[in-house]
Design a protein around this ligand. Structure first.
Ligand SMILES: Nc1ncnc2c1ncn2[C@@H]1O[C@H](COP(=O)(O)OP(=O)(O)OP(=O)(O)O)[C@@H](O)[C@H]1O
Length: 583
């Protein structure tokens, strides 16, 4: 301020010569404006520019080498061949673009040959050039990708000003390409700016670019915190439902194809040893995604499916022929999940005995997936079932017993008090009503990281968060129709596997626990132990059963079994199952 004040006073004291500027446009200004305009519209003017260039070349060739028209023909043939085979010099990659480039080369070269021989001043020669320019220009002017490319070029040129206006000054476009649905650009940020800043400015970017709301996607660059990819979708690739192509998985170990991302790549999510949570408001398409997953799993011979549908079986009943069990009441659901815990414990014991770390699903030892439609109903009406579900969620992965749960809002209350929600490995988030519900389904902080599930605007659109899915890429699930479900259930029902013997026995013994009232704890544990082993069924008794019958701890049971096994008084009939040697 002080410097300005001093200078100002000096000017007033000494006075300054008056500078007169002529603001009428001169010839140079007009030419410069025309040049700028021609440069800006160079793509649109390309057919006229080419015609003018041909005319001038023909003028020179006719004057200087009118007998060299044969060479013009040879060059035309070679150029046409290159345009057709390699797309040069136009950089054409698609076959229709190469064909166009070849035709233009042949017509242009043919005209040049004729004009060289006959002279461009001949009347039909000029008329031919005019007709060829207009006819060849029409596809050029109408070409969608060319127009998109021009728009992108102009946007890139205008980006610095735009960035300034929307609060991202200093960001730059590194490169841009036009794709099927619009265009995408690799961008870099000014030092200190972050991708979170860009995500917060997405509506402003959309307004600045003049796109429809929801057209801009921002994907962080995993290799550089100051870079990102911006996608601008001229059209919504997910505007129409995507029909389900049918089951693609042949084993529960195969990733399941749930739908397609916006770049038309498949959404392939591994499900083996993973608990899956599907969340979204009513009508967002939860049952639709469940159907896609079930439709794939029923085609896998190494997985058994159980279903819990406390809406009276409305959603899962069509799959009933392929479900080994379907629970539609809280009591059935509680029993089912209790059995699932028996299965996982039996498997864990068997694996402990054999020192295996993971249960590898096969047709004879299948994985077990428990599908739960509307988990909140379970928490409300069957709290005991939630305890078992909690157990499965915490301990089921290694033994391939997993949950596939759908719910509207997975609040801690809706999911019961346990660890079920935090144990969910794969989260599929459909449309939510409130922005914060994104964090509820996908995990804390996801909303600010750009996972905007509240902007999903059609049923079946979803975001997937799982190992290997670190970016908020929008997807649309396949649409499985009632007819698809019926046909698929009918096709695969006869091929569904049964649970392995170990798991089936665990359920059976867990249900009635071969409990003989005479053998209840209370008498001498050693007597009870012997009586139980002597009366054991053919498949023997497990250690937990012996613990329950005797009321003694696991170490005591192991100790007694070891002593008697050494003396050949007990035998191990199956993995982890015992009975008296002469029983
Ligand atoms: N992937 C999809 N593509 C197109 N439309 C879909 C898709 N998934 C679902 N829809 C449509 O949305 C409607 C509601 O879907 P769905 O029943 O799966 O929702 P929901 O979230 O399970 O609802 P609710 O919580 O009420 O059971 C369906 O009738 C179907 O027409």
């Amino acid at each position: 301020m002080r410097a300005y004040g001093r200078r100002h006073r000096r000017w007033r004291r000494h006075g300054q010569p008056l500078l007169l500027v002529d603001d009428r446009p001169g010839l140079i200004d007009v030419l410069a404006a025309l040049g700028r305009c021609a440069y800006r519209y160079r793509s649109e003017l390309a057919p006229l520019t080419l015609a003018a260039a041909l005319d001038l070349t023909a003028l020179w060739l006719h004057a200087a080498h009118s007998r060299g028209w044969g060479w013009a023909l040879v060059v035309t043939g070679a150029a046409a061949l290159l345009a057709f085979l390699r797309g040069v010099p136009w950089g054409a990659t698609r076959s229709e673009e190469r064909t166009y480039a070849t035709v233009v080369t042949v017509v242009g070269g043919g005209w040049l040959t004729a004009a060289t021989a006959l002279g461009p001043g001949q009347r039909p020669i000029q008329i031919l050039l005019l007709v060829a320019t207009v006819t060849g220009g029409i596809p050029w002017w109408a070409h969608r990708r060319r127009r998109a490319r021009v728009r992108v070029d102009r946007t890139i040129q205008a980006w610095p000003d735009l960035a300034e206006q929307i609060g991202l000054a200093g960001s730059r476009v590194l490169s841009a390409v036009v794709d099927v649905w619009g265009w995408r650009a690799r961008m870099t940020l000014r030092a200190g700016q972050t991708v979170a800043d860009v995500i917060a400015h997405v509506p402003a970017i959309e307004s600045g670019l003049g796109t429809r709301p929801g057209a801009v996607r921002v994907e962080p660059d995993p290799a550089h915190a100051g870079r990102f990819v911006m996608r601008v979708l001229a059209e919504d690739p997910h505007a129409n439902a995507v029909p389900w192509p049918g089951p693609a998985a042949g084993s529960v170990s195969d990733p399941i194809r749930l739908g397609v991302f916006e770049d038309a790549t498949d959404v392939r999510v591994p499900m083996l040893r993973r608990h899956v949570l599907i969340g979204g408001i009513a009508g967002a398409g939860k049952s639709g995604i469940l159907n896609v997953i079930i439709g794939n799993l029923v085609a896998c011979p190494d997985v058994v499916l159980w279903g819990i549908d406390l809406k009276g079986g409305m959603e899962l009943r069509p799959w009933a022929p392929c479900l080994a069990r379907l629970a539609t009441t809280p009591t059935e659901a509680a029993a089912m999940l209790r059995d699932a815990v028996q299965v996982l414990e039996a498997r864990a014991r068997a694996m402990g005995d054999s020192s295996a770390r993971l249960w590898l699903p096969t047709e004879r030892a299948p994985a077990l997936v428990i599908v739960i439609d509307e988990y909140a109903e379970l928490a409300d009406h069957a709290p005991a079932a939630v305890e078992s579900a909690d157990s499965v969620a915490r301990r089921g992965r290694a033994v391939a017993v997993t949950l596939l749960a759908a719910t509207q809002r997975p609040t801690q209350q809706a999911m019961g008090k346990g660890a079920v929600r935090s144990q969910m490995d794969v989260r599929l988030c459909l449309r939510v009503r409130e922005r914060r519900d994104t964090d509820l389904i996908l995990g804390q902080g996801m909303l600010t990281a750009g996972w905007h599930a509240h902007t999903l605007d059609a049923p079946g659109k979803f975001l997937v968060s799982a190992e290997g899915f670190g970016q908020p890429r929008r997807a649309r699930a396949y649409l499985v129709t009632d007819e698809n479900v019926r046909a698929c259930a009918e096709r695969y029902a006869p091929e569904r596997p049964d649970l392995d013997q170990l798991s089936a026995d665990a359920i059976e013994t867990g249900a009635d626990d071969v409990l003989d009232p005479d053998l209840l704890p209370g008498t001498d544990p050693e007597d009870t132990f012997w009586a139980a082993l002597a009366d054991a069924p053919d498949q023997g008794l497990s250690v937990p059963q012996l613990m329950q019958l005797t009321g003694m701890r696991r170490t005591w049971i192991y100790d007694r079994l070891q002593v008697h096994a050494t003396a050949d008084r007990v035998v191990q009939v199956n993995r982890g199952r015992w009975r008296a040697a002469d029983a």
